[in-house]
Ligand binder design. Structure first.
Ligand code: ATP
Ligand code: MG
Ligand code: MG
Length: 575
């Protein structure tokens, strides 16, 4: 279909899943409900969706809600809404927390079989030991002691303060992820950041059970992602687990958990993380931009969130094609936004209706003799008089004629629009100021006009309509609007990048590189042709000679401007 054609046209396209059988494939998208989905997540979502579809299989959406301190119902709803907006319908929605009881049993089994132990080494020390391949003092604790502490952890007993459960894998492994990873921790430990953990545990405060947004205070212990993910994947029948390449080291650990549990191990398929220039994708940094007013919200068209990019005018087909065109590469490359907006342009150009907008401040007037009277087709069309009020307060009666023209010159399916003709038209300042007396210029969709007078101080031209003069080769092409009172006030909103720097490095502070809200947004007030009143929000159009715009606020009532967000076309460096 369209998506495949676009994807193939844009480069490498060669993806398949190893060992995939038609009808049997089960994939899953496992977001943590701790924030809004961003364009990086769409890579995970759309790849999983793509494979489920091409192999006639199923897609699971699993809320990976193992960290009660960060997760919220509100985010679950936003993730579901974003999936819908991206045209993804998971075959099943599930929660890791639905498996808490099952995971608890698995942990206990691991402890009984000596595949895990309860550790109470302080966090900092544990980190050091893992770096240096040193066994924990508790590694060979008896099964009885492990089970006793495990019970204490579950009941929130003070005796278990600072305890966690670790898988007993291999402290000498070259692959550090196999050096006894944590598989269960207490709510308090799950809730605090590493720096705080030391303070909390050394002070031996009784852990405060954090409320989980679904299971409430039922559990005092929570599984780690590394433990929960392979078990739930396996139990849910996932055949192919897609993971980003920075987890490649953890693939062995994933397999170890399945094998230790005696469960079938899904095939792990690795792909590269998506990132873009001038863009941050970390939840923490995005939250900072919102909280400090660098953008107007999570759905601001400057944001790399799903909501943001859709509001900027990204079409779902283009986004899908872009993701698929990346292929199965494992190299992390920083993408240019141009590439994805160019693909988007291929989607919108053939279907975006054409309209006209002329700046509100500083436009010129062209009084053109003969437009209304000599218009050949005027007999067949509505004609009437309009009262025009000029900016300077004077009013005039203008005779108008309405013609019907296509909304898109190459695509009749876009329908028609009304073209209002009058003896006075508005022109863009740059166009009008470039004209000399006696020059012949072309008014698009109308014809040629010979300019007979230029009065720059009044921003006014006089001219004569030349309906028989059909030579358009050397003439300047102007957009114009009949000077009628019905012109629609619009705001054209243009955006730039949020960061001055291509890429934030590790030591960089976002505060030094973020561009203030007012600097990354420019608003142009303009007047648009009467037809735009009929546009509904979300429609992408082209204002001729300006570019593509997405209707962000449809027409409401006089006195409220319509709003249009500029859609980058990929040619200029854009956010
Ligand atoms: P991670 O846990 O990988 O840091 P995250 O915490 O930002 O991601 P999650 O909600 O856990 O967000 O992510 C859901 C899925 O999206 C995971 O499979 C994750 O690997 C994937 N994902 C997150 N960011 C990106 C990205 N920039 N490119 C590709 N996939 C991503
Ligand atoms: Mg995560
Ligand atoms: Mg992350």
């Amino acid at each position: 279909d369209n998506v495949m054609r676009l994807a193939k046209a844009s480069g490498s396209f060669d993806i398949g899943l190893p060992g995939a059988e038609y009808d049997r494939v089960v994939t899953r998208f496992p977001p943590e409900p701790s924030g809004y989905l961003h364009i990086g997540h769409t890579k995970a979502l759309l790849l999983n969706d793509y494979f489920a579809k091409v192999y006639g299989g199923r897609l699971l959406l699993r809320f990976d809600d193992t960290n009660p301190s960060k997760e919220k119902q509100e985010y679950e709803e936003s993730i579901l809404a974003d999936c819908r907006a991206l045209g993804v319908q998971p075959d099943r929605i599930e929660w890791t927390s639905d498996y808490f009881a099952v995971l608890l049993e698995w942990c206990e089994r691991f402890l009984r079989r000596g595949q895990a132990y309860v550790d109470r080494t302080p966090v900092e020390q544990m980190r050091e030991q893992r770096l240096q391949c040193i066994d924990s003092a508790y590694r060979n604790q008896s099964v009885e002691e492990n089970l006793r502490l495990w019970q204490a952890m579950q009941s929130g007993d003070a005796a278990a303060a600072g305890c966690c459960v670790r898988a007993k894998i291999d402290m000498q492994a070259k692959n550090a992820s196999l050096r006894d990873p944590v598989i269960y921790r207490t709510a308090a430990a799950a809730a605090v950041t590493p720096a705080e953990t030391t303070a909390a545990t050394s002070a031996a405060i009784e852990p405060v059970p954090v409320e989980h947004h679904r299971t409430g205070r039922q559990y005092r212990v929570y599984p780690s992602y590394d433990f929960a993910c392979p078990i739930v994947d396996s139990l849910e029948g996932v055949t192919h687990a897609l993971r980003t390449s920075e987890y490649q080291d953890r693939e062995a650990q994933y397999r170890w958990v399945c094998e230790a549990a005696g469960l079938r191990c899904p095939t792990v398929w690795t792909y590269s993380r998506l990132s873009f220039v001038h863009t941050v994708l970390s939840k923490r940094k995005l939250t900072w931009l919102v909280a400090h007013g660098y953008v107007d919200g999570w759905d601001d068209p400057r944001m790399p969130t799903v909501r943001g990019v859709l509001r900027r005018g990204m079409q779902v087909d283009a986004l899908r094609a872009f993701i698929l065109s990346q292929g199965p590469s494992r190299n992390i490359t920083v993408q240019q936004w141009d590439k994805i907006w160019t693909m988007n342009k291929r989607v919108i150009d053939p279907i975006a209706p054409r309209h006209t907008a002329i700046v509100r401040q500083g436009h010129w007037r062209l009084r053109v003799r003969g437009v209304v009277h000599q218009d050949k087709e005027q007999q067949q069309h509505a004609a009437g008089n309009s009262v025009v009020r000029h900016v300077d307060g004077t009013a005039a009666v203008v005779r108008t004629v309405i013609r019907t023209v296509p909304r898109h010159r190459k695509n009749p399916a876009c329908g028609n629009k009304a073209l209002l003709l009058a003896d006075e038209v508005l022109l863009e300042p740059e166009d009008a100021a470039s004209v000399a007396v006696e020059e012949i210029v072309t008014l698009m969709d109308l014809g040629n006009v010979r300019v007979t007078q230029v009065r720059a101080d009044e921003r006014c031209l006089e001219g004569e309509y030349l309906p028989e003069h059909r030579d358009f080769k050397r003439t300047k092409k102007f957009t114009w609007l009949a000077a009628v009172p019905d012109l629609v006030p619009v705001q054209l909103i243009h955006y730039g990048p949020l960061l001055r720097k291509d890429k934030l490095e590790d030591g960089d502070d976002i505060r030094d590189h973020a561009i203030p809200n007012a600097e990354s947004k420019t608003v142009v007030s303009a007047l648009a042709d009467v037809n735009v009143r009929l546009l509904s929000a979300d429609t992408v159009i082209q204002f001729e000679r300006r570019g593509y715009y997405r209707c962000d606020r449809a027409w409401v009532r006089p006195g409220t401007d319509m709003e249009f967000v500029d859609v980058p076309d990929g040619h200029v460096a854009q956010t």
